[in-house]
Design a protein around this ligand. Structure first.
Ligand code: PLP
Length: 365
């Protein structure tokens, strides 16, 4: 029977470490977050928390905290179940079958997969290794039409780690505004930019939606807490309706945990920055020594997307598996397997070094 919504599981989820079993992977360089936090280390006090339905937009003080970063009001923030559900709600609120949308490619799977499942007319805004994965505004100009409903960006980018400048984001907004389209900016890695990031995109214009979560920077993917921001009150009302139809409200437990963590965010961010800086320096040095690998150096986040030079990918991945090292093959992003996503933020330094040694061994074979 033909089903109207063409859902299918994505390779990135089927082959994800959590599905394979974390304990089955010795050197896990496939992750895109910092190390997952252990509950005990958070030292939170949740006594007295009433497990009632929460505010439908989400924990008011948490929203107020998040809104400050964008100079927005708390009512312009909607808490979601991870960034993933925010992306789903934005796509389903803004698009219907056959609607034209322009989506950066490659990208985090859901950004492409939901519009695909909905039967939208997806135009890929291709980023190329040869262009250092930079957004080509001329290409965007060539793709955009009066029928474009949505332009979708991710910065810092998954899987390449490139970061858009404020001028680039503003140029995209100007193009979208001209044709009355919305701009979705997936900023899930924003707090892990290596230098001061541009302002939260939703603060720049009324037709922009920013999406993020505590999964990557705070190592809390298990509490499933994300958010979206927009100045557009009509759209926000629709997104709230979408949320209410799926979840009613969020988990008050997850929201309180995220609130207490973000209330101490400075300490967290300092730790994260030190960890990323140390691990990234090791990856950089490793890449400098490689003859069979090339890359575009990332500018944020905890992933990069190197490319094999003159090597047969199947043999490489087989050899890599023999070393106990796991990376995200290019196919996770609908790209050739000559590329792979290397995550350098999830493991400790020792495991990272073990994994990089595994890659060296696999490349030599
Ligand atoms: C760019 C990007 N957006 C969104 C997500 C979804 O993350 P979560 O739902 O855990 O917040 C991911 C996860 O890998 C991602 O890389």
């Amino acid at each position: 029977m033909l089903l109207p919504m063409n859902y299918r599981r994505m390779p990135i989820e089927i082959e994800s470490p959590e599905q394979l079993g974390y304990s089955s992977i010795r050197y896990n360089l496939a992750e895109s977050s910092v190390t997952d936090v252990i509950w005990d280390d958070l030292n939170l006090d949740l006594r007295g928390l009433v497990l009632q339905y929460g505010d439908h937009l989400g924990h008011p003080q948490l929203r107020a905290l998040l809104a400050q970063d964008a100079n927005l009001g708390a009512d312009q923030v909607l808490l979601t179940v991870g960034a993933a559900s925010a992306l789903f709600m934005v796509h389903t609120a803004l698009l219907k079958a056959n609607d034209e949308c322009i989506i950066t490619f490659p990208n985090y799977g859901t950004n492409l997969e939901t519009p695909l499942a909905m039967g939208c007319n997806i135009k890929r805004l291709e980023l190329r290794f040869e262009d250092e994965w930079r957004l080509d505004l001329h290409k965007l100009e060539a793709l955009v039409t009066a029928n474009t409903k949505l332009i979708s960006l991710t910065t810092p980018h998954n899987p390449t780690g490139t970061v858009l400048t404020q001028a680039e984001i503003e140029a995209v907004i100007a193009i979208a505004t001209r044709v009355n389209a919305f701009v979705l900016v997936d900023e899930t890695y924003r707090e892990m930019s290596f230098t001061t990031p541009p302002p939260i995109a939703a603060s720049l214009a009324n037709n922009v939606i920013s999406v993020s979560s505590v999964s990557k920077t705070y190592g809390l993917p298990g509490i499933r807490l994300g958010w979206l921001m927009t100045q557009n009150t009509v759209l926000l009302e629709k997104l709230l309706a979408a949320k209410e139809q799926i979840f009613i409200g969020g988990s008050v437990l997850d929201e309180e945990v995220a609130f207490q963590v973000l209330a101490k965010r400075k300490t967290f961010l300092e730790k994260t920055t030190t960890h990323i800086t140390t691990n990234f320096a090791v990856v950089k040095e490793f890449m400098q020594q490689q003859n069979n690998l090339e890359w575009v150096e990332p500018a944020g986040g905890v992933v990069c997307f190197p490319r094999l030079k003159n090597l047969e990918p199947a043999a490489f991945y087989q050899a890599l598996q023999d070393t106990g090292t796991y990376v995200g093959r290019g196919g996770w992003f609908d790209m050739p397997d000559t590329y792979f996503r290397l995550g350098f933020g999830w493991t400790n330094l020792e495991t990272l070094q073990g994994g990089l040694a595994g890659i060296t061994t696999a490349l030599r074979r």
